[in-house]
Design a protein around this ligand. Sequence first.
Ligand code: ATP
Length: 775
Amino acid sequence: MAANGAPAPPRKRRIGVMTSGGDSPGMNGAVRAVVRMSIHMGCESYAIYEGYEGLVQGGDLIKEMHWEDVRGYLSRGGTLIGTARCMAFMERWGRLKAAKNMVDRGIDALVICGGDGSLTGADKFRAEWPSLLKELVETGELTQAEVDPFQHLNIVGLVGSIDNDMSGTDATIGCYSSLERICSAVDDVFDTAASHQRGFVIEVMGRHCGWLALMASIATGSDFVFIPEKPPRVGWEDQMCDIIATHRKRGKRRSIVIIAEGAHDRELNKITANQVKDLLTQKLNLDTRVTVLGHTQRGGHACFYDRWLSTLQGVEAVKAVLDATPETPSPVITIRENKIERSNLMETVALTKSVSAAIAAKDFDKAMQLRDVEFKEYYNSYVITTSTDHPALRLPEERRMRIAIIHVGAPAGGMNPATRAAVAYCLTRGHTPIAIHNGFPGLQRHHDDKPVGSVRECRWIDVDPWVNEGGSEIGTNRGLPSSDMKKTAECFGLYKFDALFLIGGFEAFTAASELRKAREQYDVFKIPLVVLPATVSNNVPGTEYSLGSDTCLNTLIQFCDAIRQSASSSRRRVFVIETQGGRSGYLATMAGLSVGALAVYIPEEGINIHMIARDIEFLRENFKNDQGASRAGKIILRNERASTTYTTQVIADMIKEEARGRFESRAAVPGHYQQGGKPSPMDRIRALRMAIKCMQHIEDRFTGKSKDWIADDPLSTVVIGIQGSEVVFTSMGGPTGLEATGTDWGDRRPKNEFWLAMKETVDILSGRPKLTDCC
Ligand code: ATP
């Protein structure tokens, strides 16, 4: 009862958040999202500092968190609330103290971001919870009345680990940032290796899990990789030297071997970086050096993907806490391709442990099976692109095809790695890969059966260095087949293409559509036409992800971080930053989510005077509440086509005018800088996986088929894409195909933009009021 006799208001739920085990980039994003989402949902939020140590010790290590406390968290590396390995929590007496501290502070739900050890500890805590409370009452530490409101403990796990060693999720928070550190180091080593024609053996983290080593190998085009789940076969020494010698003979000037720190042979004898180095030196006479990357792999700010993942998973964790019933098993928040999901925490941990057990039992096939499907696919794709002269992998003569590759539209990170992967796959299988240089205009330029050199067969040695190159090495162009369909058809006939692989954005999609429709006049277009989306705008129908968008977002968040820091704490400044994206607000929204923008303007919503008035008012409030060090610049993101009237400069000027000296504003346009330099590791590895899937689609479905059969098959004109939790091919033609049902041709974007639902999350986490709340 309240003092006036009215019933006391219901107790607000208190949700604790902690980071535990090894730190990983993105943990801060998770803490920020949990704190703000908890507050948004009407709960109170508590941070448990120093992992389980804080829970056991209590006192100042358990602290209520307010909205402003997590300001600026997204761009910071490590974990700002600390982490530790806590021996006391392994013992019942430690967990008893932790339980008492939680009841004392009124916390009955915990979101834990850590590895499998931390999550095991959390589940054990939950299972013991009733007995811990009973013991606390029996020993007189707490009364029955004190423990009564806390009968059930909710636990939700978030997987924070750089190793990506948790089964049941495609990615853990931190693994892509770590991969980025590794790739950037290997890229640098490449340059010096090529200059001196040296060999390098690079050791990366991963005691039981080879994810970092494998993905770094794919992303940097290493010659050989050692991972714990798939030890090399007996006689690996010769196999490795043969592969490297073959690559050298073809003209490769640099040789790189990547080795996970937990690498071993099939008898579990450790394979060390020095051992590999000695082999290369002695057997191949190669001047070889060892580089151990060590803790640099953990450090630094989180990349775009880890900010995105940790934010969305943090939001989901709070929803899971509020949905939980006493019967619900503890969930862990996972991701499958592009879909955030909830899985059973203990089943996921058990699956993870079974991988280590399979390795310990030397059952490596089982270890690979227990890893995610995606991991196995990546491994097979890597092998098939590094063993291009393996006779057993070659197809019989009659099944080989002439596969043309073309880039269409603006350059995007990942175009080159995708081309390299497709070419390597073709060479391994015996197909003929043919590059069309400078897009359709390049193709259309030839005269009277006299090729002008824009159509060329690809050699492995030419494309191999493209593994980490940005832009488009074969040249890309926005021109479409329709600008000269007759000439396009003549060239298809002249070069006898059996399939066309188009890499590009909305123009590539449009080009494939035009060619498909022109099949009625030209038989030469009755071949498989496969589109791999590659555009920073991520606006191609049929996919939630395009190559290049990750590279662009990484570049954009670096720009935003740098520009925000430039505002010293004495200057109250708002930056209105203009993003690319055409008529799609994807880039602006995703960048907004990962830099914590105060407002995002997108073409899908447009801009009106009420929105600007609301946001100026919101800025005033925001600056008023801002104290001390957190007074860095604020960011507003505006897509380049969000409004023709309210341009980036106009919005910046309006803010300045209305702020009346209390704060100032600046417009900033990163422009083509957003297309990025080298493609991000995610764009590189997905380029490989998707390009190979495209080649396999062409090979498995269409070899030996007649032109009419191909033209009648809806899957002969397709877009490959990620949709939710799957990678799928979607037909473009026909009454249900993407052209008819999935494409907003006027605005050049998909009809259903999956990310629009995330726009609300950006607003929730920045605290931006709804228009109806204020105007
Ligand atoms: P990383 O992947 O970085 O090693 P992790 O979460 O697996 O992260 P651990 O050192 O295994 O790291 O666990 C972190 C903390 O979790 C431990 O110090 C301990 O406090 C707690 N913990 C781990 N396993 C258990 C367990 N079985 N019972 C109780 N608490 C545990």
